[in-house]
Design a protein around this ligand. Structure first.
Ligand SMILES: [Zn+2]
Length: 154
């Protein structure tokens, strides 16, 4: 049993919260597959735990984490998840080697970033905001489509 799974099954709100964020930031396929196999058990073990949360409900983090475990196989790339959650700091993603910050503009409000996924190269415009805590909204940049892909529908 992985430590993360152990945490999720612990019924301890703090451990569940930590495990949720570990899942949200991980790219470890072995871990995700282990958890995927245990999803029904995890859902049962966490359903009735009062998770709390001061600013954002901790239940949201757990739900996001479990959706990732369930769906990540169908993602085109890890960066599919960036626009879905306001919690990915461009600087931290760069430190992790997941993204590159191509440009930062911290002079105005909101602060903005231009980032590129380190895996697939997709570009994102990122807007930083603050509501009790910092958040970051990622939007995929519009890129010109090659002519061949616009010719027909599947
Ligand atoms: Zn990507």
């Amino acid at each position: 049993m992985t430590d993360t799974l152990d945490d999720l099954l612990s019924a301890d709100p703090h451990r569940i919260w930590q495990a949720s964020w570990e899942i949200i930031t991980t790219r470890d396929i072995v871990l995700l597959e282990d958890l995927r196999a245990a999803l029904p058990t995890i859902r049962r073990a966490t359903a009735d735990v009062e998770l709390g949360g001061m600013i954002r409900p901790n239940r949201d983090a757990l739900d996001h984490a479990l959706r990732k475990v369930r769906d990540y196989r169908s993602w085109r790339c890890w960066c599919d998840d960036y626009p879905r959650l306001l919690a990915f700091s461009p600087d931290r993603e760069e430190e992790r080697g997941h993204a590159r910050v191509l440009r930062r503009d911290l002079s105005g409000w909101p602060a903005t970033y231009e980032c590129a996924c380190a895996v697939c190269g997709r570009r994102f415009g990122v807007e930083e905001g603050e509501h009790h805590a910092l958040w970051w909204r990622w939007r995929a940049s519009r890129t010109p489509r090659p002519a061949s892909s616009s010719s027909g529908r599947p």
